[in-house]
Write a protein that binds this ligand. Structure first.
Ligand SMILES: [Zn+2]
Length: 204
């Protein structure tokens, strides 16, 4: 987004509706310094005042963020550009979530691994003590599991192997589904068939 262009646009529109920076600021419950910062491209109006600002300036949010009045002809195009930018952001976030999942998974599983090795090398320890150590070491993993499943459910989509439908399943269906890696056996909400559904980052 071109902040300077947006700033000039705000200034132009403000003048065309006959408002001073002070008057606009008062309507929005802000200081005239805030308005000045927008108009010089130093900052953007935040989302909490955006609708009200657009209302006063008689423009759409799309106009505001484009820094110009978007004509009906290229309205779709501008809209698509913004949509694609948003999708990209979601994709990036999803990828990060899955990486975090992998790390949390490994870290929470480590205690069990270490405890198992420790117990194997300390056969002289009383049996109940060894049992307690192993059981306690599972706790971090048990705590992590709901978070891991939540991440897996939210990040990206599952793709039905039968009809190709991509969707975000419910937490419950992910929880119940058998899995191999990130592929899960679930029922497709579109065709109703059960299949091994792959995790995909984008709707294909
Ligand atoms: Zn399907």
């Amino acid at each position: 987004m071109d902040q300077v262009k947006i700033g000039k646009f705000i200034a132009d529109r403000r003048k065309s509706v006959d408002l001073t920076q002070m008057q606009l600021a008062e309507k929005l419950g802000l200081t005239d310094r805030a308005i000045s910062k927008w108009e010089t491209g130093k900052s953007l109006p935040d989302s909490s005042v955006m609708l009200q600002l657009c209302d006063i300036l008689k423009i759409t949010v799309n106009d505001l963020l484009s820094g110009e009045v978007v004509s009906m002809e290229n309205y779709q195009e501008k809209n698509d550009e913004m949509l694609i930018a948003m999708l990209k952001e979601k994709e990036e976030k999803d990828k990060m979530l899955l990486r975090a999942e992998l790390i949390i998974g490994i870290v929470s599983f480590l205690p069990l691994l270490l405890a198992t090795i420790f117990v194997a090398y300390n056969q002289s320890l009383a049996e109940w003590k060894r049992g307690v150590i192993v059981l306690a070491s599972i706790v971090p993993f048990l705590i992590a599991v709901p978070f891991l499943i939540k991440i897996e459910q939210k990040a990206g989509y599952y793709k039905c192997a039968e009809c190709g439908h991509c969707y975000v399943p419910t937490f419950k269906s992910v929880l119940k589904a058998p899995h191999m890696g990130l592929t899960r056996k679930m029922t497709c909400p579109n065709c109703g068939k059960k299949s091994w559904q792959k995790k995909v980052m984008t709707k294909e």
